[in-house]
Design a binder for this molecule. Structure first.
Ligand code: NAP
Length: 326
């Protein structure tokens, strides 16, 4: 069932389709698969699509326009401006470029992708307001804004969203950011909701995860070449969580995706859960996630299972530990 997104007038599905993988973020990707993935996501009932200028340097926005351009009035589209383009003139030019890529004259939602402390936040907000007044964006917000950045954002403007990493293997936002979003009525768009596939029921061991995805702070930087955060990780605790999830899959008969997404949907301030797919078959698999709702006892088990990893990893909301958030 669709819902009103925060304080906006947008009516959106609980699952948001994430366009990053379709632009090749997870390795070689056939264009026909990306197009079919988008169209099948729409066909199963998803009406909200999330992209960014950075995904394939505009290619993701182009693909979305090609796949679903004829459905423009039926869908909600969010995009994000990269941190290199936060100065007002750059931001406005980036938005216009992105709209051209998409083949539309407006975005429903437009976000600052990451904080950029070299540009006064008020300047970027000013540009967003200009775009809104011109009708080029309907609502605006931020992404990856941590505790202190969020204070700035909330002090300056009425933001409509904070897009954040949030899933059973990464609960850092719960320490400070999520309560602040909840208090301010700012909905959270959760990203990497399936932990880039680790929560899609394909892996029994963390050691089997593709090396180029094992980059988050959970992974030991000494073992995984793409983990550039320099931290020791929390692999033993992460593996215990994965084992516990498999046990819960067997006990409940639910898939790991249903457990992962059902849990996220129950969390405070969550306005939508982004999931990315690589092909039409995976998108058809999203249908069962649209209405998933878990019993309180299962939700409590999931929270308990993931508490130790949450505590061990702490409150750094940059999932990859690159120091990009405050
Ligand atoms: N704001 C930000 O900074 C930010 C950062 C990251 C992501 N995002 C947003 O969040 C979206 C999703 O996050 P994500 O791309 O990190 O990954 P995700 O949604 O956590 O995981 C995507 C992966 O899950 C697997 N999967 C999905 N559905 C499946 C199914 N039905 N059956 C089997 N496997 C399935 C696929 O793995 P395989 O590839 O192995 O098939 C897919 O590539 C992005 O597209 C983007 O819109 C935003």
């Amino acid at each position: 069932m669709n819902q009103t997104f925060g304080k906006t007038d947008l009516t959106t599905s609980s699952i948001i389709y994430g366009c990053m993988g379709g632009a090749g973020a997870f390795g070689p990707q056939e264009e026909k698969d990306s197009i079919e993935a988008l169209q099948e996501a729409f066909n199963v009932g998803i009406n909200f699509f999330d992209t960014a200028e950075l995904y394939g340097n505009g290619y993701s926005e182009q693909l979305l326009g090609r796949a679903l351009g004829d459905k423009r009035s039926e869908i909600v589209i969010s995009s994000k401006v990269g941190r290199a383009n936060m100065a007002p003139d750059d931001l406005i030019a980036a938005c216009e470029r992105s709209l051209k890529n998409l083949g539309s004259d407006y975005f429903d939602l437009y976000m600052l992708h990451w904080p950029n402390w070299n540009v006064p936040f008020a300047d970027s907000i000013g540009a967003l307001k200009t775009l809104k007044e011109a009708g080029k964006i309907r609502w605006y917000g931020v992404s990856n804004f941590g505790n202190l950045d969020l204070d700035d954002a909330l002090g300056l403007s009425d933001i409509s969203v904070n897009q954040l990493p949030y899933h059973l293997f990464c609960r850092a936002i719960e320490f400070e950011v999520q309560p602040k979003c909840e208090a301010a009525g700012v909905p959270i768009m959760c990203y990497s909701s399936l932990m880039q596939g680790l929560l899609a029921g394909k892996y029994r061991s963390l050691q089997d995860f593709p090396v180029d995805r094992a980059r988050t702070r959970m992974f030991d930087h000494r073992k995984w070449p793409d983990a550039v955060h320099g931290e020791d990780g929390a692999e033993e605790t992460g593996q215990q969580l994965l084992d516990g999830l498999w046990t819960l899959v067997e006990e409940t008969g639910l898939s790991m995706e249903e457990l992962a997404i059902g849990w996220l949907k129950s969390r405070p301030a969550v306005g939508g859960v982004i999931v990315g797919t690589r092909n039409g078959a995976q998108s058809r698999g999203l249908k069962k996630l649209l209405d998933v709702s878990l019993d309180e006892s299962i939700l409590a088990s999931l929270t308990d299972l993931s508490d130790p990893l949450k505590d061990e990893l702490g409150s750094d909301i940059d999932m990859w530990g690159k120091g990009r958030t405050l």
